[in-house]
Design a protein around this ligand. Structure first.
Ligand code: HEC
Length: 178
């Protein structure tokens, strides 16, 4: 009897082990972090962030001269759409940015009208809501990554103070673009 069960279980275990191995060796999905923890707030790149929904887009002049998109996970997007403030625990807002490049291909197709597109990525920022953990910084944890690697502790000290002027919107500058 026991032997019979083992015979039935062994192939099953093998299948489970193979599936686990396949998951472990699968190429990283788009938006998958490499697991390095950013200083102060101890955050990693959240898995799957690249598939989140769009909150809005922006463009920064000056030395940044970039194009940016803000994406939100499900919790953040729901709060935005319901106009709920403060954002509930579990909300994550991502800020992606790219060098702005001119597209000659588009320009030609547009009869000479300038066309700008996203070039190489600059850096990646996240704000994660966890009121208990990050109570001292408005309930938000901050993280910035360049080429998948966390940026310096000194830089992470600048995040919260600079977001303070947006206190009335729970320290978030970006409004939802309808
Ligand atoms: C010099 C001021 C300043 C500093 C320093 C700063 N931010 Fe921001 N941040 C802004 C402003 C203004 C916006 C909205 C404009 C934009 O898109 O960049 C913004 C936008 C964001 C957003 C999108 C949500 C929102 O509030 O609109 C995230 C996420 C973010 N910042 C994370 C960070 C992180 C992480 C750091 C530290 C590594 C940081 N910020 C440092 C000013 C700042």
């Amino acid at each position: 009897m026991g032997g019979g069960i083992m015979k039935g279980i062994a192939p099953l275990l093998f299948t489970v082990a193979m599936a686990a191995a396949l998951v472990a060796y699968a190429p990283p999905a788009s938006g998958h972090g490499d697991g390095e923890v950013a200083p102060i707030y101890g955050l990693k790149i959240p898995a799957g962030y690249r598939d989140w929904e769009l909150i809005s887009v922006g463009r920064l002049g000056g030395s940044n001269n970039d194009l940016r998109a803000k994406l939100g996970n499900e919790v953040a997007i729901k709060a935005y759409r319901e106009g709920k403030l403060p954002f509930p625990d579990g909300s994550i807002i991502a800020r992606l940015a790219w060098h702005e490049v001119t597209s000659e291909e588009n320009k030609k197709a547009l009869g000479g009208v300038d066309s700008f597109s996203a070039g190489a990525a600059t850096n990646l920022e996240f704000m994660v809501k966890d009121f208990e953990k990050y109570g001292a910084t408005g309930g938000w944890g901050f993280a910035q990554f360049t080429d998948g690697k966390p940026d310096s502790e000194a830089l992470h000290k600048t995040c919260f103070p600079c977001h303070a002027p947006a206190k009335d919107q729970d320290f978030i500058f970006t409004r939802y673009a309808p």
